[in-house]
Design a protein around this ligand. Structure first.
Ligand code: ADP
Ligand code: MG
Length: 156
């Protein structure tokens, strides 16, 4: 699962398939199918952590799930980022930049909503702890987050 890490990715936040993540208090910003297709095809499904930034905003801790997309009868993956920060407003249509730095666990099935929520809370705590370690913390300052998109493709 660690083979492709750190993994940098940037893309537009699109509408998900309304699994009610926000109602659980854990909204997940979904990447478009096109962005998901650009991921290495052999990247493991499961729960990861790393850093995320919306537009030119601050860089925050995040947890991320790479899972099977029920909308496409589970033949395509979905990539969803929960940013560990409280935003004033939704940010559909904005550009989300992430770097995935570590892996937590495989996808699991839960017997109840309570168990699912508490597992996610544990993932969030684990992500927060790991991301404070120097090897993960250093990626928060990566130029990837500071250079505007246009400047990366243009020569300067
Ligand atoms: P959807 O099914 O459309 O992805 P969600 O219930 O998962 O709906 O909510 C995701 C949306 O919530 C994101 O696209 C974003 O606009 C908004 N949002 C607000 N706060 C956060 C956050 N901390 N992390 C991720 N998304 C957030
Ligand atoms: Mg979502």
């Amino acid at each position: 699962a660690m083979r492709h890490l750190p993994y940098f990715c940037r893309g537009e936040v699109v509408k998900g398939f309304g699994r009610g993540s926000k109602e659980l208090g854990i909204p997940t910003a979904n990447f478009s199918e096109q962005v998901v297709e650009s991921f290495p095809s052999d990247i493991s499904t499961g729960i990861y952590y790393g850093w995320a930034c919306v537009g030119n905003g601050d860089v925050h801790k995040m947890v991320l799930s790479i899972g099977w997309n029920p909308f496409y009868k589970n033949i395509k993956k979905s990539v969803e980022t929960h940013i560990i920060h409280t935003f004033k407003e939704d940010f559909y249509g904005e550009v989300l930049s992430i770097v995935i730095t570590g892996y937590i666990r495989q996808e699991k099935n839960f017997d109840s909503l309570e168990e699912l929520i508490s597992a996610i809370q544990e993932d969030i705590e684990e992500a927060k702890r790991q991301l404070d370690l120097p090897e993960h913390l250093k990626l928060k300052e990566d130029n990837f987050f500071h250079l505007p998109e246009g400047k990366i493709v243009n020569h300067h």
